[in-house]
Design a protein around this ligand. Structure first.
Ligand code: PMP
Length: 437
């Protein structure tokens, strides 16, 4: 008789299938908003990717890798990074950091910056550890910390609008030094820094980085430095690498992305650069999860970096040309948004721009006591009714602080002129309809 009980479907169903570490992290704003954009948008300034082609030299490098004589490029390569890629990355970062690097131990190639981040949290964060995250933040930091058993501790960038009526800049969003210091304790294992910052476009100043560095050294805290937008800085600003500050190399993992660097987000090639004492543990996570990234994409990215190494600092360099082009696109979108009253916060870096939706709010009424922040409902309404996709700023805040900033949406301006113009046309038409009604 017992075998009846054993085969009972109910008995099977009653067992939880979900691992505890997944509790509360099942929602993902990209899954939700990418689906909405695919379904409804005519113009997509939502998710962060260029709609213009990757540079010709990079596409050619991929073609050569694909059809050239070396058929081994279709096979496995070294687990922690294709040797030509780790070698050229080491050479490049030696230049940027002014220190000697060992390609085999100071560099690891990952499946996009995303996997480099995942390796950091899994390798460095224990149950009970606290990880400081600066708000607003690239959303995956929070669930990744939680999946590792850690506790995220949030500290906000606080806006100080200029008094002279000028447009706000991302530089007007600043950390309160005392508030930041109060978040460090003996439980703090790491801080996540993202400069240039997604979504605001803030490029942290030397003074701000020194403040963070001092606290890291004082409390023996690690720094996970997400620098995927390192080349995208404007107005002659300089991206300063926190790993180059006193006492920071030994405690920092720098994270980068060929997707952002070479306008090829679909390739999903990223990297981690840092001291072996940290990277050796990232390698343990990597070898027991992904193990290996696509050889052919790594080969092409290696050739891209080889070219950039030769042209370093020269006008033909892609790392010089791309920010120049993007700065023009930024300026164009700033003007166009300002023209319709959607006040932009001028970004110092990245290819995002956050804008104030206040003048358009009357079309999308508030729902009091809703769990969903207003900007999220606004962005959904806008894509469904106007065909324009953007991302709500609240998506870049923790649950507890989501409702503090619900008047802003983020646009991506790494787009063809025609795409930006189409977005601007939608907003202008909308504004005219509002004034005439
Ligand atoms: N970090 C930040 C700040 C990002 O904005 C992104 C992509 N939007 C990533 C990491 C992930 O980069 P990748 O596509 O190389 O995985």
């Amino acid at each position: 008789q017992t075998h009846f009980i054993f085969h009972s479907p109910q008995a099977k169903m009653s067992r939880p299938v979900q691992a505890r570490r997944l509790e509360g992290i099942d929602k993902n704003i990209w899954v939700e908003f990418v689906k909405l954009a695919t379904t409804y948008s005519k113009v997509n300034l939502g998710q962060g990717f260029p709609d213009f082609p990757a540079p010709e030299f990079l596409r050619e490098a991929l073609m050569r890798a694909l059809s050239g004589g070396n058929h081994m490029l279709h096979q496995y390569t070294r687990a922690f990074g294709h040797p030509p890629l780790v070698k050229v990355l080491a050479q490049f970062f030696e230049k940027l950091l002014g220190r000697e690097l060992d390609p085999m131990t100071n560099v690891m190639v990952t499946v996009g910056a995303y996997q480099a981040l995942f390796c950091c949290f899994q390798a460095l964060v224990d149950e009970g550890d606290e990880v400081i995250i600066i708000e607003p933040f690239f959303d995956c930091y929070e669930p990744m910390v939680k999946m590792a058993g850690g506790t995220p501790v949030f500290v906000p960038l606080r806006p100080n609008p200029p008094k002279d009526g000028k447009l706000m800049s991302s530089a007007d969003w600043q950390l309160d030094p005392a508030e930041l210091a109060s978040k460090f304790s003996e439980r703090t294992k790491a801080i996540v820094l993202n400069s240039p910052n997604n979504p605001l476009g803030k490029v942290f100043s030397r003074g701000e980085l020194e403040l963070i560095a001092e606290l890291c050294v004082k409390h023996d805290v690690l720094c996970i430095s997400d620098e995927v937008y390192e080349w995208l800085v404007y107005d002659g600003k300089q991206h300063i690498r926190i790993a180059s500050l006193q006492g920071m190399w030994e405690r920092t993992v720098i994270i980068g992305s060929a997707g952002k660097t070479f306008s090829a987000t679909g390739w999903k090639v990223g990297w981690a650069v840092g001291p072996d004492r940290l990277l050796q543990h990232l390698r343990t996570v990597h070898q027991n999860s992904v193990y290996h990234c696509a050889t052919i994409a790594q080969e092409a990215v290696a050739q891209g970096f080889q070219r950039e190494l030769t042209l370093y600092g020269k006008p033909e360099s892609y790392f010089v040309q791309l920010p120049k082009e993007l700065q023009q696109k930024r300026d164009w979108l700033v003007q166009s948004l300002d023209g319709v009253g959607m006040k932009p916060i001028i970004p110092e870096g990245t290819y995002y721009l956050v804008a104030d939706i206040s003048p358009f709010k009357s079309d999308v009424p508030d729902v009091p006591n809703s769990d969903e922040p207003y900007d999220s409902r606004f962005a959904k309404w806008m894509v469904k009714n106007k065909g324009l996709a953007a991302i709500p700023l609240s998506a870049f805040y923790s649950e507890a602080h989501k409702n503090n900033y619900t008047n802003f949406i983020r646009f991506c301006f790494a787009k063809e002129e025609a795409t930006l113009k189409a977005a601007s046309d939608i907003l202008q038409k909308w504004k005219q309809e509002k004034t005439s009604s």
